[in-house]
Unconditional design. Structure first.
Length: 94
């Protein structure tokens, strides 16, 4: 698997540009820089578009690789977006 071109550092000690920052600043930095919040988000094409205290918004453009055998968007994409948004919303409060 290829390593992503850009990915923010993990949030255990949220870092952006080498400095330790708040969770919200970390998330806003990924939006401003166009970085991915995780390798998994990059792989699935889920991008963070908004972040404020306690609230985050992710977007995706489903493609052929997101479809299930019935030809509709796989429920796993929605579940992954919910997981990313809720986890990031918690991080935004730290």
């Amino acid at each position: 698997m290829n390593k992503p071109e850009k990915q923010a550092s993990g949030p255990k000690a949220a870092r952006h540009g080498g400095a330790v920052v708040s969770g919200l600043d970390f998330l806003k930095g990924t939006i401003a820089d166009g970085t991915w919040t995780s390798n998994f988000c990059k792989m699935t094409g889920i991008r963070l578009t908004e972040a404020e205290p306690g609230r985050t918004v992710y977007e995706a453009s489903p493609g052929e690789g997101h479809m299930n055998a019935l030809g509709i968007v796989h429920g796993g994409l929605a579940a992954t977006m919910i997981d990313a948004a809720t986890g990031s919303a918690v991080l935004s409060m730290q």
